[in-house]
Design a protein around this ligand. Sequence first.
Ligand code: NI
Length: 203
Amino acid sequence: MDNWPLASRPRLCQIEFFAKLSVLVCEGPTMPRAQEPMNISLPQKRFTELLPEALLNAFNTNDRINYYLIDNLPRPAWIAKTPAGKGRSIPAIVAHMHNVRVMWLKASANGSRIPAQLDRAKLSPAQALRGLELSRQALGVVISGALTGDGRVKGFRPDVAGFLGYLIAHDAHHRGQITMLARQMGHPLPQKAMFGMWEWGSR
Ligand code: NI
């Protein structure tokens, strides 16, 4: 309306606000009375307000991808010997993923229950899943406490956002190791599951 020549503006024009909805009421000889809802959007929550929950969701999704990987791994890969008998086996890698979480929990969890470490030498897929679930829960308490508090995680620099990034990167690094090892040992993950690990919206 600011581009209209002054002479052709509607003579009476007022904006009335009814609660949060606005209605434009115009009167004049060249413009019949009309009521048009103005395109004013209602106040919405800014994403920053949802960020603590969204970040915790991302952490939980990452953990479900661990579960999905273990669940889809051919069972012979779980018990197979590593090439030339060197390096960590798949159960040993999964135990390490959990045990690193336990290490951070010992540094950062204030009074909350810390799960036991997993034994890499005798670990079944079911025990691995149970262990990861316990460490996810315990870390979830630390993370949500920091997200709704001052953002700090005891023993970790710089803050909870970095901590989340670190934890997800660590798991993803070892997921890559597991999938490569399974392939090298002749028991690759099905291709559907290889793609499925990247479908964050579905996991
Ligand atoms: Ni590691």
